[in-house]
Design a protein around this ligand. Sequence first.
Ligand code: FMN
Ligand code: EPS
Length: 383
Amino acid sequence: MRYLTAGESHGPRLTAIVEGLPSQLPLGKADIDPWLRKRQGGYGRGRRMVIETDEVQLMSGVRGGVTTGAPLTLDIENRDHRNWTEIMDPAAGNWPRKKALTDARPGHADLTGGIKYRHKDLRDVLERASARETAARVAVGSVALKLLSELGIEGANFVRQLASVQVNSPFSWDHLEAIENSDLRTWDEDAAAQMRELIDQAKVGGDTLGGILEVRFRGLPVGLGSFAHWDRKLDGRIAGAVMSVQAMKGVEIGRAFENAARPGSGVHDALYLDAERGYRRETNGAGGLEGGMTNGEELIVRVAMKPIATLMKPLPTVNVVTHEASDAARERSDTTAVPAAGVILQCVIGWVLAEAVLEKFGGDTLPELQERVAAARAYAAEY
Ligand SMILES: Cc1cc2nc3c(=O)[nH]c(=O)nc-3n(C[C@H](O)[C@H](O)[C@H](O)COP(=O)(O)O)c2cc1C
Ligand SMILES: C=C(O[C@@H]1CC(C(=O)O)=C[C@@H](OP(=O)(O)O)[C@H]1O)C(=O)O
């Protein structure tokens, strides 16, 4: 499978083309739009999310509610574009430009992107660097999640930490509903209240906040990915996908950083053979991956997101046209997007898992894939 996304943050639309999906996968707007709406949510987001009501149009690859095996085209409108038509017009004159951005924002792609692509209006960098692009990636990832769900694989995402507030209580799959109903994507209401307070303070102070997200998947068959060559190791592929999301700066499988301080006896998961359940572990220190492969336990991925780069109380910078010292540009922005990031991460990890499923099991159609996954599960249980 492969996909490509295109579209600017304030251009007319975002488009993705997905190729390599099996046919006969039930798919419709109702499988994608809820993910787009979730990505827009979360306490601390800016006014842009009031303007947008993201929904997908399926332009190709689906007929009669199932995939045909042809490339899928997913299209999302940028409602805000109507406020930017003149500025975003590809035929508009060059310099001087309306709304040109020349005070590079530290922490954003502005300065480096401007040097790299030789733009002096750093809006030409911002437009594609922006995490608006993640709407397209969520649409794509939600299709992967649908495929996984047809194979009995289920995911979850939630906020583990926002700024200094941590959620320390263990996650349970029974928390899913509470997470979906929470504007901080957590089941812990006390922690959520503290987070809201910090976000309010940051907003008043013109500052921004980051945090830690956790994504889990259960029901994964044994042996997705491979130990045999570096680019097929699933931990590397997951880390790559996760780090490709705007503002993600750290990733661990399970409690990797905590495990680093422990002896092996306190980390590795002893193996037992159970007459009913087959091979089993009583712990999951590995976070579901051993040797670059799924080991059948829950996959646990944690990701650190940096605070949003655009500050309403701006940092010192340089104007790239006048070369004079100035304050960084103050663009409309989120105070935090940590809850939204969990949704994006579940989608991009879901894509990697779906890709690994298709590599291992192949199949032009969903029923063939389902048969093969069932056979592999039966083999693993008997092994
Ligand atoms: C959901 C989401 C929303 C974001 N919103 C903003 C924002 O409003 N303002 C901003 O400066 N950065 C925002 N970012 C982060 C920037 O897009 C990101 O920091 C920038 O593209 C530079 O890339 P890097 O941080 O990966 O190095 C957001 C990121 C995500 C995932
Ligand atoms: C548009 C989205 O996020 C945007 C990501 C973003 C950035 O710099 O990454 C900057 C902001 O853009 P704007 O100035 O248009 O409000 C966010 O709103 C979105 O998530 O859909």
